[in-house]
Design a protein around this ligand. Structure first.
Ligand code: G3D
Ligand code: MG
Length: 175
């Protein structure tokens, strides 16, 4: 009884961070970990961190985005509750590629129940695409099978990230 209670209260929600290389995935994860509102625990693995937001625990996997690694994203899908897709809002050329990766990902059966958070990163750079523009290019409105949310952010300052964590928390609480 004691053991059961312990395991239920330490439930961790699996999150994967995906996106093309240079999008800002690692910087965002680092920002999550240094935010005051967030408590950190030592790194569990080379690319896994635990983030706790007011009693909700997330296990966040930072997955590489280089072409050879993208082919193995699916091996991380099982039991994932939230997918964070990090987009470099200055990289117009590769948004079509991101769109393809996103829609391919959502068609995978292991992600059927996952919610998707699209982070329009690098908003500090002049001329970067807005969250609305990115939403349009990625055709987010066509996604009816998954709960999704697009958030503008800047990983360097952390702007937009607390709101992202709030949305993530609302998703896992809703489940
Ligand atoms: P990745 O893990 O997705 O490959 P990184 O991306 O987190 O390593 O970030 C790639 C580069 O983008 C880094 O620059 C990083 O500082 C920069 N970057 C990340 N987020 C932002 C942002 O919001 N604004 C700006 N201006 N730059 C950002 P370097 O020069 O270290 O390669
Ligand atoms: Mg990285």
């Amino acid at each position: 009884r004691q053991m059961l209670y312990f395991s239920l209260t330490t439930l961790k929600h699996k999150v994967i961070v995906v996106g093309l290389d240079n999008a800002g995935k690692t910087t965002i994860l680092y920002q999550f970990l240094t935010k005051e509102a967030v408590h950190t625990s030592p790194t569990i693995g080379s690319n896994v961190e635990q983030i706790t937001v007011r009693n909700t625990h997330f296990l966040v996997w930072d997955i590489g985005g280089q072409e050879n690694l993208r082919a193995s994203w699916y091996s991380y899908y099982c039991n994932t509750e939230i997918v964070i897709l990090v987009v470099d809002s200055t990289d117009r050329e590769r948004l079509t590629l991101t769109k393809e990766e996103l829609h391919r990902m959502l068609s995978h059966e292991d992600l059927q129940n996952a919610a998707v958070l699209i982070l329009a990163n690098k908003q500090d750079v002049k001329g970067s695409l807005t969250a609305a523009e990115i939403s349009q290019i990625l055709t987010l409105e066509s996604i009816t099978t998954h709960s999704w949310h697009v958030q503008a952010c800047c990983a360097l300052t952390g702007e937009g990230l607390p709101a992202s964590l709030d949305w993530m928390k609302s998703r896992v609480v809703a489940n």
